[in-house]
Design a protein around this ligand. Sequence first.
Ligand SMILES: NC(=O)c1ccc[n+]([C@@H]2O[C@H](COP(=O)([O-])OP(=O)(O)OC[C@H]3O[C@@H](n4cnc5c(N)ncnc54)[C@H](OP(=O)(O)O)[C@@H]3O)[C@@H](O)[C@H]2O)c1
Length: 341
Amino acid sequence: MISWDCGPAFPVSFTHRLQMPDFMPASKDLTIVMYRGAANRVVERFTVTDMVGKVCIVTGSNSGIGKETAAELAGMGATVVMVVRNRERGEAAMQEIIQRHPAAVLDLLIADLSIVSEIRRAAAEFKARYSRLDVLINNAGGVSSKRTLTPDGLEETFAINYIAPFLLTHELMDTLISSAPSRVIVVSSTAHTMGKVDLNDLQSENGFSSLRTYANAKLMSLMFTYELARRLRGTGVTVNALHPGLVASNFGKGSRIIRFFYRIARPFEISSRKGAETSVYLASSPEVEGMSGEYFYRCKPKKSSEASYDLGTQRSLWLATESILASIGIEIKEQTSSPVS
Ligand SMILES: NC(=O)c1ccc[n+]([C@@H]2O[C@H](COP(=O)([O-])OP(=O)(O)OC[C@H]3O[C@@H](n4cnc5c(N)ncnc54)[C@H](OP(=O)(O)O)[C@@H]3O)[C@@H](O)[C@H]2O)c1
């Protein structure tokens, strides 16, 4: 890492994001320190990481946190593959990112990630185009206003927030392992603290509520992160989850109750760009090199709910998920080691 201490003369008003300067050698990080006043008090310190040569996938990157994550990583020089379900929305987001970062290297993969065949097709298309994957960010998510089944017969909120990260990560695992050190990131939520994993009713058949089903799915995605981190020990692939904060995005656009909540919570919400910070940090920071099986908030590890650490439930959930996928004709190839505690 190169540290560039700008000294007291550096103007404190200069707080906008920096592009990697031309004089930086490839794959180096630049730390900027800013001072204020005669006492040279440090007011800001941040690291600009060079991601040139890295290939990143960001799912759900046409909107909100995902779009900002894709933009930041592209600004750092990464090749960013944006997985979106709607081509027009995806192309519009790409254009926006290119306006911000004219040198951005972006690609688009179209897939509805609530449908297992589309997840598998997206993974196969990715592998046909790229030979490496440095960072996979499972960001796409959402909440259904009523119990809706996907074409596979899965409950939709469960499918997009839990099955999609589980299956996409598995489909790309061989590439992640051969590209190690590589990183998997799961965008979970603090809503997981309200969730429960009922192994006899993973898909809310015995009663659906938007918020409860979403909270359950986010808890499952967190437990998947912990279980996968253990299974990936020794492979050089790390996996971490995060809560992005309460973010003013398009989240919950299909649910009147959730949109109403976000309207009244407006004063407490952060921008999508701010909400993307932890995803970008986990994708790029040298500080988290080798760290795995953690839950992050505001770029720092944080304890998640007690329930999320239950090893027995993590393992049972994994097996139950394999059974659900097997029932729709999908065999999970075990490329990871057997679970150890
Ligand atoms: N906003 C918050 O306060 C908050 C808090 C905690 C966690 N989160 C999590 O943060 C992540 C990003 O959400 P956001 O706040 O940025 O909301 P957002 O603006 O609604 O973005 C969600 C993204 O996911 C995509 N997506 C949803 N269903 C999909 C599907 N079936 N296939 C492919 N893509 C799909 C959306 O695509 P379309 O545009 O096509 O719908 C969109 O690009 C989600 O996982 C969410 O659960 C958000």
